[in-house]
Design a protein around this ligand. Structure first.
Ligand SMILES: [Zn+2]
Length: 248
């Protein structure tokens, strides 16, 4: 299988930078690409307050979902980092969830889910803020009837304990040749020339770009399973070398 590309847009909330978001959204609409939206149910993160809150926020989200076919995911609950725990992936040392007891995590996830459900945007896809989650998060997601997490460094989707992980590897628009590649875009902080780069990328790669539902169906061929296994063992070896270096 040749590479397939999925786009996800993080930090979607009423106070996001609307000019930047609209510039990117316009391109997706022009190419009829359906990205995954990471909607924060009740944003309290001051760094994401870039414009006055748009009173039509939920209407707009419903429009993208029902008229455009864009997929909604729940991006945490309030996007407030309360621990310094990098979680299973170990990317960023801050988290809204990792390091907290399971019942507290469940409560936050459930409150977020209630808000999205009330807004007619119920979803079973979770996008962990700061890429940080731990086993308690996964267990709490199971308890809350989530089925998917958009995260993880694999080449293809994989399943752990009833949750399917759709990997999310990169934010730069590099046409990686194999696997299912999710591009993670933070529209609040894109450079002025990003829309032009996105336009160029989609001109060349629209035929490989799919939506979340299609991404969740991507299956590994036998050779891809072998490649994936080789990549994982190289990564594990590198990790243990780094750990030994730290130990001396
Ligand atoms: Zn975020």
């Amino acid at each position: 299988m040749k590479a397939r590309y999925l786009f996800r847009l993080d930090d979607i909330c009423p106070t996001m930078d609307w000019a930047r978001f609209n510039a990117v959204a316009d391109i997706f609409m022009r190419f009829e690409v359906q990205p995954l939206l990471g909607v924060i149910p009740d944003n309290k993160d001051a760094s994401l307050k870039r414009d006055p809150a748009d009173p039509r926020f939920w209407d707009k989200m419903r429009h993208f979902h029902s008229a455009r076919g864009w997929t909604i995911s729940q991006h945490g609950y309030q996007h407030q980092y309360v621990t310094r725990d990098a979680g299973i992936l170990g990317i960023n040392k801050n988290s809204e969830f990792a390091g907290l007891p399971r019942d507290i995590q469940f409560e936050k996830i459930a409150k977020g889910k209630t808000i999205l459900t009330k807004e007619d945007l119920a979803t079973d896809i979770f996008m962990p803020p700061s890429h940080s989650f731990d086993q308690n998060t996964i267990d709490a997601l199971m308890d809350s009837e989530f089925r998917f997490v958009t995260d993880g460094y694999s080449i293809l989707p994989y399943e752990r304990k009833g949750i399917k992980f759709i990997p999310c590897q990169i934010s730069r628009l590099v046409p990686i040749p194999i696997g299912l590649v999710t591009f993670c875009l933070h529209t609040n902080t894109i450079e002025a020339d990003f829309p032009e780069k996105l336009n160029h990328f989609l001109t060349n790669n629209r035929n490989r770009t799919i939506n979340f539902t299609e991404a969740a169906e991507v299956r590994a061929s036998a050779s891809q399973v072998l490649i994936e296994g080789a990549v994982l063992s190289v990564r594990r070896a590198a990790h243990s070398v780094r750990a030994r270096r730290r130990a001396v």
